[in-house]
Design a protein around this ligand. Structure first.
Ligand SMILES: C[S@@+](CC[C@H](N)C(=O)[O-])C[C@H]1O[C@@H](n2cnc3c(N)ncnc32)[C@H](O)[C@@H]1O
Length: 346
């Protein structure tokens, strides 16, 4: 855990490469600030692509296809997303050696990156070559296209955009096809794949074992609109509660300590409660794909009620899950207030 997202720079004008501060980097003179995207919105896409088409490869491994694609499509920006740091490092060296100015690499779980960083309609094509199928039931949750994530990939695609998946496991291709079909607004084809201009490490491996390869093509229909990004709404991080601050007491608020909360793709623990002069603060642990965040949530008086907000001492990435968790906490606090009011009446 710990290291969840890291932007690796590829192109410095002097040809050198270096890893820079986590989440902030200069790519060929373009300032890409991941933290800003997470914390305040920010034009992550614009700074990443400079308005050029965006092609994304997920799980590029050794980087064979990534390099091929970057050469084949010099007018586009090719973003590689990997959750293995050694793959990212190896690909980074290879891309530098081969002098490809249009490649960007991102270390992280693609499910989180696609969901949180790629705006709706921003991607012309996704390429996924031989993802780990995670066949065991207990590992299902690790699959790239586990429940819910297909919708985020689809949302990131532009109308007419394509997702191409190659796999040696037919059941897996069928499962992914079903996930996309369930989202609607797509045309899907699944066929055996004869081979293309580039052969990745895993394609080579499965072919040498005589296994057939399957190609799944998911095309987002031109008529399927991309949802408009409602950043403010999605990542609402301040909640006004219709509960008077003075009507709440420390012991009932302490009952939130140890509460486990869950939502789609995330789970959280509410830890200790701290009392300030005119505030209560909880420490919370939030886990979502590839990312563990520990931060403080604060309850303060506001007007006739109170407000639940992020405490400014901690700066979590403002993911949807942070907002969803705070909404759940807000509901629990309102329930506690209601309960105290009705107990007082008895
Ligand atoms: C079986 S390898 C295939 C590598 C390469 N595409 C090929 O065809 O040779 C799967 C790759 O996907 C990466 N991967 C697995 N899950 C991922 C995820 N959730 N996000 C990003 N990369 C992932 C792994 O680290 C691994 O490099």
């Amino acid at each position: 855990m710990g290291l969840a997202l890291l932007y690796i720079n590829l192109q410095f004008e002097d040809g050198s490469s270096r890893e820079v501060d986590r989440l902030r980097v200069d790519v060929a003179g373009v300032d890409v600030d991941l933290a800003a995207r997470f914390r305040r919105g920010g034009d992550f896409l614009g700074s990443l692509t400079g308005g050029r088409p965006l092609l994304v490869e997920v799980g590029f491994g050794r980087g064979d296809f990534l390099v091929y694609l970057a050469r084949r499509r010099p007018e586009a920006v090719v973003l590689g997303i990997e959750n293995s740091i050694s793959c990212v490092d190896r690909a980074r060296r290879r891309v530098l050696r081969e002098g490809l100015p249009n490649v960007r690499l991102l270390l992280g779980d693609a499910r989180l990156v696609v969901k949180e960083l790629l705006p709706p309609g921003s991607v012309s094509a996704f390429f996924v070559n031989f993802p780990c199928p995670w066949p065991k039931r207990r590992h299902e949750g690790r699959r790239l296209f586990s429940e819910g994530s297909a919708g985020f990939f689809l949302s990131a695609l532009c109308p007419g955009g394509i997702l191409r998946l190659l796999t040696d496991e037919e059941w897996y291709a069928e499962e992914v096809a079903l996930a996309f079909e369930g989202e609607g607004g797509v045309e899907i084809s699944l066929s055996t794949y004869a081979g293309g201009e580039v052969v990745t490490k895993y394609e080579q491996r499965w072919r040498s074992m005589g296994k057939p390869i399957f190609e799944l093509l998911v095309r987002k229909r031109e008529s399927t609109p991309s949802p408009v990004a409602l950043e403010e709404e999605v990542r609402l991080l301040q909640f006004d509660l219709r509960v008077r601050f003075d009507s709440l007491d420390e012991s009932s608020l302490a009952s939130l300590e140890g509460v486990k909360l869950e939502g789609e793709g995330w789970s959280a623990f509410v830890k200790d409660l701290y009392r300030g002069k005119r505030s209560y603060i909880w420490r919370v642990f939030l886990r979502e794909e590839g990312l563990l965040q520990i931060f403080f949530v604060e309850l303060v008086p506001r007007g006739d009620g109170c407000m639940l907000k992020l405490d400014s001492a901690t700066q979590p990435y403002r993911t949807r899950a942070v907002s969803a968790l705070m909404r759940e906490m807000a509901d629990l606090i309102v329930d506690l207030g209601d309960k105290r009011r009705s107990d007082a009446k008895k």
